[in-house]
Structures are given as C-alpha cells and as structure tokens.
Write a protein that binds this ligand. Structure first.
Ligand SMILES: Cc1cc2nc3c(=O)[nH]c(=O)nc-3n(C[C@H](O)[C@H](O)[C@H](O)COP(=O)(O)OP(=O)(O)OC[C@H]3O[C@@H](n4cnc5c(N)ncnc54)[C@H](O)[C@@H]3O)c2cc1C
Length: 387
C-alpha cells in the first residue's frame, strides 16, 4: 500500500492552493453576498488546465488522473466551494459524459474547447418531478426531419446560465423506461433552448443553479450522445466519477472549516486563556481532524480506483460502491465539521466576519447533490447485497 502523494501531486496541490488563495480568496465574501458568478476566475482556472484536468492532452486536457482531480477540487473548495462546484460540474459531468460516450467527432468538436477552458459545460439530468428518481424524466425528444426535437424543463443545473454546452437527458422511448432515456448535446444559442429561473440558494451562492428549458428545440441527429436509450444508464456511470468530485468538495470545505477553527481557538481568549486550552474545544478539533482524515482516505482511494479502472481499459470497470461511500462519508463529515466550526467560533461563527458561517451554509449541498445521502446508502446497500 502506498499512502504518499507523488512530488508532482504535491506540486499540483501547492499550485492550486496558491491560485485559490490569491485569485479567489479575496473575493469570496463579495461573490457570495451578491451571487456573482466568478467568470474571470473560471477563465484563469481554465488557463491553468483545471477545466480539462481528467482529459488527454491531445484533446486539450491536462492529462491528469482522478487523484489529481480530487486534489484540484479539494483545494478550490477549501477556499471557495462555489468555484469547486463550477469546475466539478464542468469536468466530471458535462465534459466527461461527452469524452466517455461521444463519437470521435463529438470529442473533437466539444471536449477540446471544454477541456481547454474556452467553453463552459453543464449537465442536466434532474427535473422538477425527477430528482432522486431520475428515471422518471419527463423531458422528451422526438425524431423529426433527420434530427430531434426536445421539449421539457430541467431544474438545478449547475452553470445553467453560463454554459456554452449542455448535456441533457430526454425520453426517446417511454415504453422502455430506464432504457428509453437518451443523452443529447445542446449548444448555447440553439433556438428553443434557454436557461430559466436561477435558484436563490442557501449556500454556494456564487455558483449558478438554474432551470434549463427546451421548447421545440431542434438538435441535429449527430448531437445524440452515446447510444439511443442508454443516456440514463450512462449517466449512472458518469455519476460514479462525479461523486468523487463531491467527496473532494466536502473534504475541501471540511478542511477549510477545520483550519479556521484551529486559528480561532488559538487566538480567542475566555476565562484568561485561549479557548484552545479547554479540553472540550480540543476534543472537537481532534474529532474534526480524525474524521477529515478518514474522509480523505476514502476519497483518494475511490480516486485511485477510478484511475486503475481507466488504466485497465475495461469499459465495464465500475467504482460505484467506493465512490458512493466516499461521497456519503465525506459529505456527512463536512456537515459535522462545519457545524463544530461554527460552535468553536461561538457568536462570531454566526456572523459573516469569519469563514465558518459560509462553510456551514455551503456544505449542505454535499449531502444532496449528485444523489442524496439516502440514495448513496441505497446504492451502497444494493452493491453489498448484489442487487
Ligand atoms: C446546488 C445544487 C446543484 C445541483 N447541480 C445539479 C446539476 O448540475 N445537474 C443535475 O442534473 N442536478 C443537479 N442538482 C440536483 C440534485 O442532484 C438533486 O437535488 C438531488 O438528486 C435530489 O433530488 P431532489 O432535489 O428532487 O430531491 P428528492 O428526490 O425529492 O428527495 C427529497 C428527499 O427524499 C429522499 N428520498 C427520495 N427518494 C428516496 C428513497 N427511495 N429512499 C429514501 N429516501 C428518498 C431524499 O434523500 C431527500 O431527503 C443540484 C442540486 C443542488 C442543490
């Protein structure tokens, strides 16, 4: 067993940390308060290769693996989880769906500019009536004139207003249920395709979460992504990788909340001494650090397995159980750690003067997005019971 990051991975962490602290850190509060989408920072992240982390260099990517990708998302989330989420939805959902299931022509046309950071992507599975039960998709795509016409609406799409390329799921044959849902690539500007209502959220307020609407939206036949009817099944595979990014997001937030708690505990004095001198506070910090470490091990093991699955060349290699476990555990640890971070800050933790308040709000997404904690438990149990 090997628990060491390579020199390159350590250097990558340092580079992303410096970028996050210098380019993002000073703006985090303002972006959150005013729901400002950090377009310039995302462009700079693109220049660093962070928008193409897991894609080969010949397609404009950085040619890195899932371990490096987890490092990137963790370090971004440690400073601003909104930026982490924007980068995650772009990489492991939208671009990866096209990379994994697209034709050579689709990869060249879409993956290259997405991986280079010249375009931004979004991925639309969830609908108002189809959340955890995504197989209940109602958006439809009908064959017409050699292409497809999409009608329906998606909800909660990360990057919905800013994406140039959307991967959207729609029913192509209702009689086939889960095997009657297909994926499509829809470009911004396609008539009948528009972003809808932007959500006013509890946290992650600098990220954009929106409806996307299809009203008689014509897409050419070549924009069918993957085999007809396999869009839902392919989405589940995409979520295996996506869940590693949400685990990393939770890990980064937990790490950020823990670090600001240590700083505060050393500096805040009550009863004539730093609160870090009180055993009750020390125990909280010890529990936080221990849980973060356990979450880190699960997350990076899932990332390592994802890299091994890719290296094996076996298209059927799955990491469903491990990525769900990492997402479930890291997400729930992040919520607990952020809760304790506010507690350690006392009344000041309830104000926007310290980062604990924002972590407390942002972190809740980790037990909801890309499958709620309840759904992760269902997925894990199914794997355990061989169902
Ligand atoms: C900030 C944010 C960003 C998002 N980004 C995207 C995105 O980019 N693309 C995208 O497609 N979606 C996205 N989502 C949607 C997200 O994946 C869904 O919100 C999530 O899957 C849950 O669906 P729902 O909100 O409809 O909740 P519901 O499915 O209605 O669940 C409500 C409650 O019921 C529970 N529940 C449901 N079914 C069961 C069951 N069988 N057993 C036990 N409990 C159950 C759930 O766990 C939850 O507690 C995003 C959501 C948020 C908040």
């Amino acid at each position: 067993m090997e628990f060491e990051y390579t020199a390159e991975q350590q250097q990558l962490r340092k580079t992303v940390r410096e970028f996050a602290e210098s380019e993002i850190g000073p703006h985090v509060l303002e972006w959150d308060e005013n729901e400002i989408f950090p377009l310039e920072a995302i462009k700079k992240a693109g220049n660093l290769g962070l928008l193409g982390a897991i894609f080969p260099e010949e397609l404009g990517g950085a040619g890195l693996g899932y371990i490096e990708y987890a490092i990137i998302i963790e370090e971004l989330a440690r400073v601003d989880p909104s930026v982490g989420l924007i980068v995650a939805a772009h990489n492991s959902l939208c671009t990866n769906h096209i990379y994994k299931f697209g034709t050579e022509a689709q990869r060249e046309k879409y993956v290259t500019p997405l991986a280079q950071g010249k375009k931004l992507g979004c991925w639309s599975l969830t609908e108002p009536e189809a959340g955890s039960d995504a197989g209940g998709t109602r958006t439809v795509a009908a064959k017409q004139g050699g292409g497809w016409v999409l009608n329906g609406a998606k909800t909660f799409t990360t990057n919905g207003h800013y994406a140039d390329v959307c991967v959207g799921m729609a029913v192509t044959d209702a009689s086939k249920k889960h095997h009657g849902i297909s994926a499509f690539i829809i470009e911004k500007g396609t008539p009948g395709f528009r972003p809808g209502k932007k959500e006013n959220k509890l946290g992650l307020r600098a990220s954009d979460t929106s409806e996307v609407v299809f009203g008689d939206c014509h897409v050419p036949a070549e924009n069918l992504l993957g085999r007809e009817g396999e869009g839902f099944v392919n989405s589940l595979q995409i979520l295996d990788g996506g869940r590693i990014s949400i685990a990393s997001l939770g890990l980064g937030m937990a790490q950020g909340a823990y670090e600001c708690s240590v700083r505060y505990a050393k500096q805040r004095k009550q009863f004539g001494k730093a609160i870090a001198e009180f055993q009750a506070i020390q125990f909280k910090l010890a529990d936080m650090a221990t849980q973060i470490e356990a979450a880190r091990l699960l997350t990076y093991r899932a990332a390592w397995l994802a890299d091994r699955a890719i290296a094996s060349g076996d298209p059927d290699a799955r990491i469903t159980r491990e990525s769900s476990m990492a997402k479930l555990y890291a997400g729930e640890v992040a919520v607990r750690v952020a809760n304790e971070a506010v507690q350690i800050h006392g009344g000041y933790g309830f104000t926007k003067d310290y980062p604990a308040e924002k972590f407390y709000r942002d972190v809740k997404l980790c037990t909801i997005g890309e499958g709620t904690s309840e759904i992760q438990r269902l997925v894990i149990a199914r794997q355990l019971l061989g169902k």
